[in-house]
Design a protein around this ligand. Structure first.
Ligand code: PEP
Length: 251
Protein backbone atom coordinates (compact mmCIF):
# COMPACT_ATOMS: atom_id res chain seq x y z
CA UNK A 1 0.00 0.00 0.00
CA UNK A 2 1.14 3.54 -0.76
CA UNK A 3 2.80 5.14 2.30
CA UNK A 4 2.54 8.75 3.38
CA UNK A 5 6.03 9.93 4.28
CA UNK A 6 7.58 13.18 5.43
CA UNK A 7 11.37 13.07 5.27
CA UNK A 8 13.77 15.74 6.50
CA UNK A 9 17.00 16.29 4.60
CA UNK A 10 19.29 18.14 7.00
CA UNK A 11 21.99 18.51 4.31
CA UNK A 12 25.32 19.85 5.69
CA UNK A 13 23.70 21.48 8.70
CA UNK A 14 23.95 20.95 12.46
CA UNK A 15 26.88 19.80 14.57
CA UNK A 16 26.47 16.53 16.44
CA UNK A 17 25.20 18.33 19.55
CA UNK A 18 22.65 20.41 17.58
CA UNK A 19 21.61 17.36 15.57
CA UNK A 20 20.95 15.25 18.64
CA UNK A 21 18.92 18.06 20.19
CA UNK A 22 16.88 18.47 16.99
CA UNK A 23 16.34 14.69 16.79
CA UNK A 24 15.13 14.58 20.40
CA UNK A 25 12.62 17.34 19.71
CA UNK A 26 11.40 15.58 16.54
CA UNK A 27 11.15 12.23 18.35
CA UNK A 28 9.16 13.73 21.19
CA UNK A 29 6.73 15.60 18.94
CA UNK A 30 6.36 12.65 16.56
CA UNK A 31 3.65 11.24 18.84
CA UNK A 32 1.39 14.05 17.54
CA UNK A 33 1.75 12.84 13.94
CA UNK A 34 -0.97 10.44 12.71
CA UNK A 35 0.11 6.80 12.80
CA UNK A 36 -0.20 6.38 9.03
CA UNK A 37 2.35 9.11 8.31
CA UNK A 38 5.96 7.86 8.25
CA UNK A 39 8.68 10.20 9.48
CA UNK A 40 12.30 10.04 8.33
CA UNK A 41 15.28 12.26 9.12
CA UNK A 42 18.54 12.36 7.18
CA UNK A 43 21.34 13.97 9.22
CA UNK A 44 24.98 14.21 8.09
CA UNK A 45 26.97 10.94 8.22
CA UNK A 46 28.96 12.07 11.27
CA UNK A 47 25.96 12.03 13.55
CA UNK A 48 23.87 9.19 12.17
CA UNK A 49 24.81 7.04 15.14
CA UNK A 50 24.07 9.65 17.81
CA UNK A 51 20.86 10.79 16.12
CA UNK A 52 19.77 7.14 15.80
CA UNK A 53 20.13 6.78 19.58
CA UNK A 54 18.15 9.98 20.15
CA UNK A 55 15.34 8.61 17.96
CA UNK A 56 15.21 5.19 19.67
CA UNK A 57 11.72 4.20 20.75
CA UNK A 58 10.04 6.78 18.49
CA UNK A 59 8.45 6.23 15.08
CA UNK A 60 11.08 8.38 13.35
CA UNK A 61 13.27 6.46 10.91
CA UNK A 62 16.88 7.26 10.09
CA UNK A 63 18.26 7.93 6.61
CA UNK A 64 21.60 8.75 5.03
CA UNK A 65 21.82 11.53 2.44
CA UNK A 66 23.95 9.53 0.02
CA UNK A 67 25.99 6.32 -0.20
CA UNK A 68 29.09 5.09 -2.01
CA UNK A 69 28.88 3.31 -5.36
CA UNK A 70 31.22 0.56 -4.13
CA UNK A 71 30.88 -1.89 -1.27
CA UNK A 72 34.27 -1.36 0.44
CA UNK A 73 37.94 -0.69 -0.23
CA UNK A 74 40.16 2.15 -1.34
CA UNK A 75 37.56 4.89 -1.82
CA UNK A 76 38.79 7.69 0.43
CA UNK A 77 36.03 9.82 1.89
CA UNK A 78 33.20 7.50 0.91
CA UNK A 79 30.65 5.74 3.14
CA UNK A 80 29.29 2.32 2.16
CA UNK A 81 25.76 0.99 2.37
CA UNK A 82 26.83 -1.60 4.97
CA UNK A 83 28.25 1.16 7.16
CA UNK A 84 25.03 3.11 6.83
CA UNK A 85 22.91 0.08 7.58
CA UNK A 86 25.09 -0.85 10.58
CA UNK A 87 24.41 2.47 12.34
CA UNK A 88 20.67 1.90 12.12
CA UNK A 89 19.59 3.56 8.89
CA UNK A 90 16.55 2.22 7.10
CA UNK A 91 16.94 4.56 4.14
CA UNK A 92 19.26 6.55 1.96
CA UNK A 93 18.41 9.56 -0.18
CA UNK A 94 19.98 9.26 -3.66
CA UNK A 95 20.27 11.61 -6.62
CA UNK A 96 19.57 14.85 -4.79
CA UNK A 97 19.93 17.72 -7.27
CA UNK A 98 22.78 19.16 -5.19
CA UNK A 99 24.70 15.93 -5.65
CA UNK A 100 23.86 15.81 -9.36
CA UNK A 101 24.91 19.44 -9.81
CA UNK A 102 27.98 19.79 -7.53
CA UNK A 103 29.35 16.25 -7.34
CA UNK A 104 28.73 14.92 -10.82
CA UNK A 105 26.20 12.30 -9.76
CA UNK A 106 25.05 10.59 -12.96
CA UNK A 107 22.09 8.32 -13.56
CA UNK A 108 24.58 5.47 -14.21
CA UNK A 109 26.09 5.98 -10.75
CA UNK A 110 22.62 6.11 -9.27
CA UNK A 111 21.80 2.72 -10.74
CA UNK A 112 24.86 1.28 -8.97
CA UNK A 113 24.10 3.03 -5.71
CA UNK A 114 20.45 1.97 -5.79
CA UNK A 115 21.47 -1.66 -6.42
CA UNK A 116 23.85 -1.61 -3.45
CA UNK A 117 21.37 0.15 -1.17
CA UNK A 118 18.58 -2.31 -1.93
CA UNK A 119 20.91 -5.29 -1.55
CA UNK A 120 21.91 -3.97 1.90
CA UNK A 121 18.26 -3.74 2.89
CA UNK A 122 17.97 0.05 2.71
CA UNK A 123 14.99 1.85 1.25
CA UNK A 124 15.86 4.46 -1.38
CA UNK A 125 14.44 7.94 -1.75
CA UNK A 126 15.36 8.78 -5.34
CA UNK A 127 15.24 12.48 -6.22
CA UNK A 128 14.31 13.71 -9.68
CA UNK A 129 13.41 17.15 -10.96
CA UNK A 130 14.02 19.76 -13.60
CA UNK A 131 16.04 22.98 -13.52
CA UNK A 132 14.44 26.37 -14.10
CA UNK A 133 15.57 26.68 -17.72
CA UNK A 134 14.22 23.21 -18.46
CA UNK A 135 10.81 24.12 -17.04
CA UNK A 136 10.80 27.40 -18.93
CA UNK A 137 11.56 25.50 -22.13
CA UNK A 138 8.66 23.15 -21.39
CA UNK A 139 11.03 20.20 -20.98
CA UNK A 140 10.14 19.27 -17.39
CA UNK A 141 8.13 16.19 -18.34
CA UNK A 142 10.93 14.87 -20.55
CA UNK A 143 13.61 15.54 -17.94
CA UNK A 144 11.72 13.78 -15.15
CA UNK A 145 10.72 10.85 -17.38
CA UNK A 146 14.34 10.39 -18.42
CA UNK A 147 15.66 10.50 -14.83
CA UNK A 148 13.06 7.98 -13.68
CA UNK A 149 13.62 5.66 -16.65
CA UNK A 150 17.42 5.88 -16.58
CA UNK A 151 17.52 4.64 -13.00
CA UNK A 152 14.36 2.79 -12.08
CA UNK A 153 13.84 0.85 -15.30
CA UNK A 154 16.88 -1.22 -14.25
CA UNK A 155 14.94 -2.63 -11.31
CA UNK A 156 12.15 -5.13 -10.76
CA UNK A 157 8.60 -4.63 -9.54
CA UNK A 158 9.70 -6.27 -6.28
CA UNK A 159 12.54 -3.72 -5.91
CA UNK A 160 10.09 -0.88 -6.42
CA UNK A 161 8.46 -1.73 -3.07
CA UNK A 162 11.57 -0.32 -1.38
CA UNK A 163 11.92 2.79 -3.53
CA UNK A 164 10.24 6.14 -3.06
CA UNK A 165 10.50 8.95 -5.62
CA UNK A 166 10.95 12.56 -4.53
CA UNK A 167 10.00 15.08 -7.21
CA UNK A 168 12.05 18.18 -6.46
CA UNK A 169 11.98 20.96 -9.03
CA UNK A 170 15.48 22.43 -8.70
CA UNK A 171 14.13 25.98 -9.03
CA UNK A 172 12.07 25.45 -5.86
CA UNK A 173 14.82 24.04 -3.65
CA UNK A 174 15.91 26.47 -0.97
CA UNK A 175 14.58 29.39 -3.02
CA UNK A 176 11.31 30.02 -1.19
CA UNK A 177 9.52 29.41 -4.53
CA UNK A 178 7.18 26.44 -4.29
CA UNK A 179 5.61 24.66 -7.22
CA UNK A 180 1.87 25.34 -7.14
CA UNK A 181 -0.16 22.38 -6.02
CA UNK A 182 -1.46 22.09 -9.61
CA UNK A 183 2.08 22.08 -11.07
CA UNK A 184 3.19 19.49 -8.53
CA UNK A 185 0.11 17.28 -8.95
CA UNK A 186 0.46 17.37 -12.74
CA UNK A 187 4.03 16.11 -12.69
CA UNK A 188 3.48 13.61 -9.87
CA UNK A 189 0.66 12.03 -11.90
CA UNK A 190 2.95 12.02 -14.93
CA UNK A 191 5.79 10.33 -12.98
CA UNK A 192 3.35 7.73 -11.68
CA UNK A 193 2.42 7.03 -15.30
CA UNK A 194 6.08 6.59 -16.24
CA UNK A 195 6.33 4.01 -13.44
CA UNK A 196 3.12 2.33 -14.64
CA UNK A 197 4.40 2.05 -18.23
CA UNK A 198 7.16 -0.28 -17.10
CA UNK A 199 5.84 -1.93 -13.95
CA UNK A 200 2.06 -1.81 -14.36
CA UNK A 201 -0.72 0.09 -12.64
CA UNK A 202 -0.56 -1.74 -9.32
CA UNK A 203 3.12 -0.98 -8.67
CA UNK A 204 2.57 2.64 -9.73
CA UNK A 205 -0.44 3.00 -7.44
CA UNK A 206 1.57 1.65 -4.50
CA UNK A 207 4.53 3.93 -5.15
CA UNK A 208 5.00 6.88 -2.78
CA UNK A 209 5.93 10.07 -4.62
CA UNK A 210 7.04 12.93 -2.37
CA UNK A 211 7.21 16.61 -3.24
CA UNK A 212 10.30 18.64 -2.31
CA UNK A 213 11.09 22.31 -2.80
CA UNK A 214 10.41 25.02 -0.20
CA UNK A 215 7.69 22.93 1.43
CA UNK A 216 6.70 24.51 4.74
CA UNK A 217 3.82 24.49 7.23
CA UNK A 218 1.98 27.18 5.24
CA UNK A 219 1.86 25.27 1.95
CA UNK A 220 2.06 21.59 2.96
CA UNK A 221 -1.69 21.15 3.44
CA UNK A 222 -2.53 22.19 -0.10
CA UNK A 223 0.29 20.14 -1.60
CA UNK A 224 -0.51 17.00 0.41
CA UNK A 225 -4.20 17.26 -0.50
CA UNK A 226 -3.29 16.39 -4.10
CA UNK A 227 -4.13 12.86 -5.22
CA UNK A 228 -0.62 11.94 -6.33
CA UNK A 229 1.41 13.72 -3.65
CA UNK A 230 2.20 11.28 -0.85
CA UNK A 231 4.27 13.52 1.38
CA UNK A 232 7.37 15.64 1.25
CA UNK A 233 11.14 15.75 1.26
CA UNK A 234 11.84 18.77 3.40
CA UNK A 235 15.09 20.77 3.49
CA UNK A 236 15.16 24.08 5.36
CA UNK A 237 11.96 23.52 7.32
CA UNK A 238 13.28 20.18 8.64
CA UNK A 239 15.84 22.06 10.74
CA UNK A 240 13.13 23.33 13.07
CA UNK A 241 11.34 20.47 14.83
CA UNK A 242 8.04 22.34 15.22
CA UNK A 243 7.89 23.19 11.48
CA UNK A 244 8.82 19.65 10.44
CA UNK A 245 6.14 18.17 12.68
CA UNK A 246 3.58 20.75 11.58
CA UNK A 247 4.25 19.71 7.95
CA UNK A 248 3.79 16.05 8.88
CA UNK A 249 0.45 16.90 10.48
CA UNK A 250 -0.76 18.54 7.25
CA UNK A 251 -2.36 15.49 5.63
C1 PEP B 1 15.71 19.59 -0.50
O1 PEP B 1 16.83 20.01 -0.69
O2 PEP B 1 15.50 18.36 -0.56
C2 PEP B 1 14.65 20.55 -0.24
C3 PEP B 1 13.43 20.22 -0.50
O3 PEP B 1 15.06 21.77 0.28
P1 PEP B 1 14.10 22.99 0.73
O4 PEP B 1 12.90 22.39 1.45
O5 PEP B 1 14.94 23.83 1.62
O6 PEP B 1 13.68 23.69 -0.52
Amino acid sequence: MRRKIVAGNWKMNTTKVDGVELAKQVAEASAEVPAEVGLVVAPPFTHLCAVGKALAGSKVELSAQNCADHTSGAYTGEVSVDMIKAVGCGWTILGHSERREYYGETDEKLVEKTKLALAAGLGVILCVGEKLEQREAGKHFDVCAEQVKNVLYHFSAEDMKNIVIAYEPVWAIGTGKTATSEQAQEIHAFIRNVVAEKFGAEVAEDMSILYGGSCKPSNAKELFAQKDIDGGLIGGAALKASDFIEIAKSF
